[in-house]
Design a protein around this ligand. Structure first.
Ligand code: FAD
Length: 399
């Protein structure tokens, strides 16, 4: 481990945490670098070079293709219950599997806001009342903490387990476990890259300053006012929810332009059609082109759902019971979703990326937002009088 991992270029580590969690000597700790991304740090005095960490590492594994599967079924999907669309990022396909897992006495792992400062971390949920914490994409790298160890413990106690996460996290979990479990269902998201926790907390700290107190919750897609993708929202210290136009938020501007990605995301080997999870969920971009009869789904978000393994196929009856499904193809889905098809060598790393992180450290988020993250037509928004904006919001809400 000492030699191999220390010799690995930092750009390739996904930060999944499998090495830290598998080390029997607790010789590895995930520590944040200056940009805020977590990397393994090895204590040479504790390391006995057993190589378990090397075998659990999705970067160092020799035959990555052996853990990836080409989807067997591809669907445009949405939850049959419209109330669920409002809580979720796309069309609430994740909660279908999560509820079914809890109904059969299992447990669900996924990403939630934790701590006082909105830290994204994986948590274990064993009761329906906590499931909502996992809904909504948190567009920042989540810490897997000790959840791989907890999954192994649950599986050894014969509990059915659902684990959802980015493809590199799912690959890390599967290598950590070192064997297949029929009781484990893995769901990976299509993911084009994760920003650092430090970038997100710097952004939220700015909001907290403006609101004169801590921000208690953040939704990257709040569909209440105007459906899919128009607004982000957060909970102010006075308990009110504040809505802001997503198109004008500097954090989202940087996220969608991949200005904040972890370095390994720019050469991510998991951005392809072969998948690490039993099931893959995502937005169905380009739905109106390939399935024009479903174009109105876009109002509150449409999901792509792919079933990749025989284990995943066992769950199709649950999906059919709770979702509207229309058969689709991987070619259709990939044509508008780069996270499903980008070969690593053609990834685009924006030239500004390094500069932005350096200047974040030197000057803070508001400074980089003003300099690099200004949506082009922001001034048009300023021309609309506040009263008119409020009226438009009210009209949309009552539509
Ligand atoms: C960083 C990131 C990048 C993404 N990029 C793309 C993309 O390029 N193209 C695309 O089509 N879809 C992308 N997605 C997926 C998409 O945003 C939705 O998460 C997905 O469609 C599921 O929606 P849903 O309505 O079924 O689930 P919801 O009910 O909204 O549940 C959200 C699910 O995402 C998981 N999750 C949330 N945040 C994180 C996180 N930070 N790390 C790991 N797991 C998380 C939760 O555990 C839960 O399983 C991305 C998601 C993330 C977190």
């Amino acid at each position: 481990m000492r030699k191999s991992v220390l010799a690995e270029p930092k750009e390739t580590c996904f930060g999944c945490g499998a090495c830290e969690q598998i080390c029997p000597r607790m010789a590895i700790r995930m520590c944040a670098d200056l940009e805020g991304f977590r990397f393994p740090r090895i204590d040479p005095d504790l390391c006995v070079e057993c190589d378990l960490c090397i075998r659990a590492c999705p970067v160092l594994m020799k035959n990555r293709d052996s853990i990836l599967n080409l989807p067997k079924q591809v669907y445009a999907a949405r939850n049959k219950d419209p109330k669920m669309w409002m809580h979720s990022t796309s069309a609430a396909v994740f909660p279908i599997f999560a509820q079914a897992m809890l109904a059969q006495g299992g447990v669900v792992y996924g990403c939630a806001w934790t701590g006082d400062n909105l830290e994204a971390a994986h948590i274990r949920v064993d009761h329906e009342r906590d499931l909502l914490r996992l809904s909504q994409s948190k567009y920042v790298q989540s810490s897997t903490g000790k959840t791989f160890q907890a999954v192994r413990h649950d599986l050894e106690r014969k509990l059915p387990v659902l684990y959802s996460g980015t493809p590199c996290q799912i690959a890390g979990l599967r290598l950590f476990l070192r064997k297949e479990y029929a009781r484990l269902l893995t769901i990976d998201l299509l993911c084009h890259g994760v920003p650092s926790p430090v970038m997100f907390s710097a952004y939220v700290a700015g909001l907290a300053r403006r609101e004169h107190g801590p921000i208690a919750d953040f939704k990257f897609r709040d569909k209440q006012i105007s459906g899919f993708r128009a607004y982000v929202s957060y909970l102010c210290p006075n308990g009110n929810r504040r809505f802001r136009l997503a198109g004008l938020e500097p954090y989202l501007y940087g996220f969608y332009r991949e200005l904040f990605n972890r370095e390994s995301c720019y050469r991510c080997p998991f951005q392809q059609s072969n998948r690490a999870g039993d099931i893959t969920i995502a937005d169905y971009w380009g739905l109106e082109r390939h399935h024009p009869e479903l174009a109105d789904w876009n109002r509150y978000g449409a999901s792509l759902c792919m079933i990749n393994t025989p284990n995943g196929l066992c769950w199709t009856s649950k999906l059919e019971a709770a979702a509207e499904l229309v058969e689709s193809t991987i070619e259709y889905a990939a044509s508008s979703n780069p996270a499903l098809r980008t070969p690593p060598e053609s990834h685009h790393r924006p030239a500004l990326r390094g500069e932005i992180y350096r200047e974040l450290q030197a000057h803070g988020f508001d400074w980089i937002a003003a300099r690099y993250l200004r949506p082009r037509f922001v001034w048009l928004h300023r021309l609309i009088p506040a009263r008119l904006k409020n009226l438009l919001r009210l009209l949309r809400r009552n539509q």
